[in-house]
Design a protein around this ligand. Structure first.
Ligand SMILES: [Zn+2]
Length: 267
């Protein structure tokens, strides 16, 4: 069945990349609305068609508005099985980072069932896409299963692998609390690129060659966050998927390529 949220929920805080204050209200929406962003009277459907940037986040642009870093709230809604909602940015252009995970979002969401059937897509053919040393394999399946390998050529980081069949309960407990992350050796370069202007120990897991500087919520928190990200990115295909997605070191750019392929298969 389709679902929305029981009541509007408000979130505020700084955006991780812009470093500026944002206020967002997630509102219930009627059946068949889908997930739509709105700001200043204009709106953007949460669709791969409106993605214009995937560098360390997913940014959408359409009409006169742009929405930056939409992947974590989209992941949360998708992971919790919410099919209809209006995400309204009252202030700012970026989704508030909160603690860098989906925790604050999932803790506030109350699910409201709706009468209509959900749009479910069960791919029948495998898809295999690659970019440099990253890859995604999609295989037909009876449920949504995500497997992921995270690996970095960074001293002290041991490759991580995780595989989960995604249900709202699994998402809530195993995926949502995992924070975005970076390595101390990357911070200066990212800041010079104009990214992570609002990044801090409060909204990201920071690691150096000896491990986490601000504690771990799971021993394999980074790979779980990569799963959170890919769920947010495939949400841009606009349907509930039944398939097995195996990501190997993939990031937003390749994840969005998969969403684009899936959307093309649909239409
Ligand atoms: Zn992320």
């Amino acid at each position: 069945m389709q679902t929305t949220i029981k009541k509007a929920i408000s979130f505020e805080g700084i955006g991780i990349h812009t470093g500026t204050y944002s206020k967002m209200i997630v509102n219930p929406a009627p059946e068949n609305n889908g997930i739509v962003f709105s700001s200043n009277g204009d709106s953007i459907p949460a669709s791969i068609d409106y993605v214009y940037d995937t560098v360390h986040g997913v940014n959408l642009k359409h009409n006169n508005i742009e929405i930056k870093s939409c992947e974590h709230i989209l992941s949360t809604l998708y992971g919790m099985g919410i099919t209809n909602a209006i995400i309204e940015l009252k202030e700012g252009k970026e989704i508030p980072a909160m603690d860098g995970s989906g925790k604050a979002f999932v803790e506030s969401i109350e699910i409201e069932k709706q009468a209509s059937a959900k749009k479910v897509f069960k791919p029948t053919e495998p898809i295999f896409i690659t970019s440099k040393d990253s890859a995604i394999l999609l295989s037909p399946a009876e449920e949504l299963k995500i497997s992921f390998v995270a690996e970095y050529n960074y001293p002290g980081f041991t490759p991580q692998y995780k595989s989960l069949v995604i249900s709202p309960e699994v998402y809530l407990n195993e995926i949502a609390p995992s924070r975005t992350y970076t390595f101390t050796g990357w911070v200066e370069k990212l800041k010079k690129q104009g990214l992570i202007q609002g990044g801090s120990m409060e909204n990201a897991l920071i690691m150096d060659e000896n491990g986490a500087l601000n504690g771990l919520r799971f021993p394999d928190e980074p790979v779980r966050h990569k799963m959170l990200d890919i769920i947010g990115d495939i949400a841009l295909a606009g349907v509930s998927l039944k398939c097995w997605i195996f990501g190997i070191k993939s990031g937003h750019s390749l994840n969005c390529e998969l969403a684009r392929r899936l959307k093309c298969t649909l239409t």
